[in-house]
Design a protein around this ligand. Structure first.
Ligand code: SAH
Length: 473
């Protein structure tokens, strides 16, 4: 049985504390006699009054009640919903401080989980790459429809960790056109009596709208996700949406499932084209409503350029691009390599990759559908495939150990690791560096300003045989 007396603090107790550190999600941490409190919406340097919401033996969560003395890094959030909305964790923090926080997050994970020394990291880590305008950077947004307490139709964002919608058509991360598009749809729904979907009952028509914009082409795609077959009087809606500059295609996606998955599998074109185009660097990509495309095109181009620079291609190399999506990195690499092979689990993405290679007249890229941890070992064992350079860009869970093992067996000169989760990155780098590779460069990229996420690009190179400390297998 738990003894209550063990807990130093209890629920609803008020505390006053100075924020001296930050957790991995950007939450502030303050200590009283060494006992840590995790307090969301605070900034390093703040002195705050907070109310304990959950007390454990060795730490507690508290809710910010009042900023007593604001930190010198505290700024006025651009969006008035910054605190309640689940999208942004760091808006109240000065942007340079956000970058420093993210760079430290990468460094701490590499030390704590990866076992790399501070001295090594100080010598290999390059300056983090932030954005000049850390707002309005997202090329894609999905807005849910629902009702407020008075029964009015609303759209906006889910409040942090919930499914209740905060009414807001003016998100500071998205493109400016979003607001007009949303207001046209809300207006139309009210005029025509079109209902919004209710998650609790599974009734109502309009579930979500997906809006995408090609930053360099200006092309806009609107996809309405509905719980039904059609939208009544939809021509009136189309008539108004097509007045927006750049509107390229309006489509429907049918999703009648009671699920959290936003998109249905079926896309029906209502007007214009189903796909829009965008460019990254000098390559053009065709984007369908269902395919994955990086959401921050400005930073993505910088990340790809960095990956290409680390790959140091001269034109003679064979390169494997694992977790290649629609082939974006692969095609960048193909321009400078002899041959590129891409591997990706989603068949649709590989179809797009092949089409994108064609569209850009790239002939030295070939793509395989399957899991990297299956395709690579199988091809290595049956065909003895070879690589001078391997690039990986896995999802948050990182690389499977089978995949890492085969990469080591293939003995490429260089490995470039693009990561969206520095904890799994650290784990994987530790494996690679215990098996014949060394850390050469690490650089953090802020792909999602105002949020706690950070991307990292890493260069590893094969250790010369005579200086290798551990034998490879
Ligand atoms: N490099 C691409 C995509 C990166 S996102 C880009 O920059 O756009 C990670 C990709 O890995 C996704 O497309 C996802 O579908 C794919 N993926 C996830 N698990 C995989 C696995 N086990 N093997 C291969 N691909 C996988």
């Amino acid at each position: 049985m738990k003894k209550k007396e063990n807990a130093l603090y209890e629920k609803n107790q008020m505390i006053r504390v100075e924020i001296t550190d930050m957790g991995t999600e950007g939450e502030g941490i303050g200590k009283i006699d060494g006992f840590p409190f995790f307090i969301k919406d605070t900034v390093i340097g703040d002195v705050v009054d907070a109310k304990v919401i959950k007390a454990k033996k060795n730490y507690a969560y508290a809710r910010l009640e009042k900023v007593v003395t604001p930190s010198s890094f505290r700024v006025e959030p651009k969006c008035k919903f910054a605190r309640s909305c689940g999208g942004c964790q760091l808006q109240a923090m000065d942007y340079q401080k956000q970058l420093e926080f993210k760079n430290n997050k990468v460094k701490n994970n590499l030390m704590r989980i990866g076992g790399f020394s501070k001295e090594l990291l100080d010598s290999v880590m390059e300056e983090p790459v932030g954005m000049e305008e850390p707002f309005y950077y997202r090329n894609k947004a999905q807005f849910p429809f629902g009702y407020d307490k008075e029964g009015n139709i609303i759209t906006g964002f889910y409040a942090g960790r919930t499914h209740s919608i905060i009414s807001n058509t003016d998100c500071a991360l998205g493109v400016k056109e979003n607001q007009r598009i949303l207001e046209i749809i809300l207006d139309f729904m009210k005029q025509e009596g079109v209902s919004a979907y209710r998650e609790e009952t599974g009734e109502g028509l309009m579930r979500h709208v997906l809006i995408r914009k090609g930053f360099s082409t200006g092309q806009i795609m609107v996809c309405l996700i509905i719980n039904g077959e059609k939208i009544p009087a939809v021509d009136r809606l189309i008539g108004r949406l097509t007045q927006i500059e750049g509107m390229t295609g309006i489509s429907l996606s049918i999703n009648k499932e009671r699920t959290n998955v936003i998109m249905g599998t079926d896309i029906r074109l209502l007007w214009g084209k189903e796909r829009i185009e965008d460019t990254i660097g000098d390559l053009t990509f065709t984007i369908s409503p269902l395919s994955f495309f990086q959401v921050n095109p400005i930073q993505t181009e910088r990340i790809y350029k960095q990956a290409l620079e680390y790959a140091a291609l001269t034109g003679n190399e064979t390169v494997w691009d694992l977790y290649c999506g629609i082939g974006t990195i692969s095609l960048f690499l193909a321009r400078k390599a002899k041959q590129v092979y891409g591997v990706e689990i989603i068949p649709q993405a590989i179809e797009d990759a092949v089409a994108n290679a064609d569209r850009n007249r790239i002939k030295n890229a070939e793509f395989f559908v399957g899991k990297a941890e299956e395709v690579l070992p199988q091809k290595y064992e049956s065909e003895g495939i070879y690589a001078d350079v391997i690039v990986v860009d896995p999802p948050r869970k990182g690389c499977d150990e089978e995949c890492l093992k085969t990469m080591v067996q293939m003995q490429p000169e260089r490995i470039v690791y693009v990561s969206c989760d520095s904890a799994t990155l650290a784990r994987d780098l530790s494996y690679l560096c215990n098996n014949g590779y060394e850390l050469k460069k690490v650089r953090a990229f802020d792909n999602f300003p105002q949020s706690g996420h950070v991307e990292t690009v890493v260069l590893l190179s094969k250790v010369m045989v005579n200086s290798r400390k551990k034998k490879v297998f």
